[in-house]
Design a protein around this ligand. Sequence first.
Ligand SMILES: [Zn+2]
Length: 97
Amino acid sequence: MAIESEKLSGAESLRKTRTFGKIRCHNPSCMERIQPAPGAKHVKCPTCGMEYRLFWVNANLPRIRGPVWDVNRKIAEEKMAGIETAAPKKGAKKGGK
Ligand SMILES: [Zn+2]
């Protein structure tokens, strides 16, 4: 039984092999590891500038709850300005999850 309770949380066991308290940037072209200040509500990736809302599983285990749209939209717009795709995009949905 004790073994099962140890298995219970994969996150807890991950903590032993990884540096805990860190999250990975959700930007696929970045994937930087970020260490937010304990209890922080937001974190900004120092590498790509994306900002994320945080959710704390426990005092030491932050998870990304979602991007901060205002900031990330700006970044996306800058990128799109460079790409200028032909794809029509109107009424873009946000916050899918
Ligand atoms: Zn990043």
